[in-house]
Design a binder for this molecule. Sequence first.
Ligand code: SF4
Length: 373
Amino acid sequence: MKFVDEYRDAGVAQGYARAIARQVTRPWTIMEICGGQTHTIVKYGVDTLLPKSLTLVHGPGCPVCVTPIELIDKAVEIASRPDVIFCSFGDMLRVPGTTHDLLTVKARGGDVRIVYSPLDTVRIAKEHPDKQIVFFAVGFETTAPANAMAVAQARREGLANFSLLVSHVLVPPAMEAILSSPRNRVQGFLAAGHVCAVMGYQEYEPIAAKYRVPIVVTGFEPVDVFQGIAMCVAQLESGRAEVENQYARSVRREGNRPAQQLIREVFRVVRRRWRGVGEIPESGLGLSDAYADFDAERRFGPAASGSDHTSECQSGLVLQGVLKPNECPAFGTRCTPERPLGAPMVSSEGACAAYYRYRRMRDADTAAVEPRS
Ligand code: SF4
């Protein structure tokens, strides 16, 4: 299949691995932002083909993982109401709240539905005028345009029974938070290609300049990731700190302007607490004043401020690249996909889920094993 097979070519990937090995002269640490890239790296053993002095750490790009506990608790509360049909992407259902998750609400009789597009929820709202339809709008800039489109359509159709519980997050403020942390060890980034397909990469240029870090916009196939790493290493070795675009087949510097316009119309930038990480200024999206009537927190009451301190989950350290998933003491023992302590173990983009699925029985520094299923 064009644009897939050539990016999974083992020979090309090994060629990049050899080129990287020739380039590296000293230790470097590179973070891939996106959970999809993490899964590619772990599934295909990309990191096992790199020189030992080159460390890949996994970033905060799993939106399910960073959704704050107070919004999970609010989702559970709203979904438990008899007058509500609560719609969500499937990943969110098993994310633990303070006492239980959305799947438990569903098992107890709550009308919790998995949808594949936010526009499905608009249809459900039209079909059930006697119910309140709430969609859990979670995601980075990638999913914001589709969610904005759903709200705009609901308003056009005069659907007073439709609302969004919004937990959108933005990538650049999270990168700055990581780079500003005293524990930071990231020296270069692979930026998330799909986020940049929407937003472009102009907003990364001041970050690269301010923190002197190379940022390479990178795709999701193994060859994409190898090439992104090679470009990042080339910059590190030569002392450059620029934004480069490996994913040129999908990303333009200016991004998708109509999608950005839609985001600006429907959302506004807000402070957001990231689960396990803490509050990051201007790191989220909330509904703009023009769409405030569709805000589920206005309709059902605001989420209470939460705390992650009761959990032994160390997802905050995993999401900041400080800890590898299999360095968490609970990994694979007290925390498994069947009994998760944290969202990274159940999200399809979670780093802990990737390690459990693809390399549960090995240490981070030994050879890769075949996928378990
Ligand atoms: S292994 Fe489980 S407890 Fe540990 S960081 Fe990952 S999700 Fe949290």
